[in-house]
Design a protein around this ligand. Structure first.
Ligand code: AMP
Ligand code: ZN
Length: 112
């Protein structure tokens, strides 16, 4: 298994756990771009959002709901952003689907 996030999910690479259940794992981003920067990933390897299939509809909803739940738990009352980068033009660098939860400061729009 060569996927870095699969290794993180399996505990083979250390990470700072934020939340976990039977379907998803959330951990601190190693290079935070905001005071709060958390990644939410499915335990199942899905390479990207564009690779998700019909059978992943519920899982995708659970990933989004989990990000919102973590934001609530972290007290991000001022707002936050949930981002999914997809493919090279989308800036995806790790080929295991992940949601970025960014908050704790005002975020510029549009992204670069
Ligand atoms: P993306 O560019 O959307 O594919 O995001 C990949 C993210 O994974 C980046 O924000 C990286 O900082 C983060 N990242 C890469 N390796 C690790 C790691 N070992 N632990 C935590 N976050 C990581
Ligand atoms: Zn993976």
């Amino acid at each position: 298994m060569s996927c870095i996030f699969c290794k993180i999910v399996a505990g083979e690479i250390p990470s700072t756990a934020i939340y976990q259940d039977d379907r998803v794992y959330a951990f601190a981003d190693i290079g935070p771009k905001a005071p709060t920067h958390i990644l939410v990933v499915p335990r199942e390897h899905i390479a990207s959002i564009s690779e998700a299939g019909e059978g992943h509809r519920n899982l995708l909803g659970h990933l989004l709901f989990t990000a919102a739940q973590i934001a609530r738990d972290k007290g991000l009352h001022g707002g936050y952003r949930v981002v999914i980068n997809n493919g090279s033009d989308g800036g995806q660098t790790v080929d295991h689907l992940h949601l970025h939860l960014l908050g704790g400061r005002a975020l510029a729009w549009p992204p670069g």
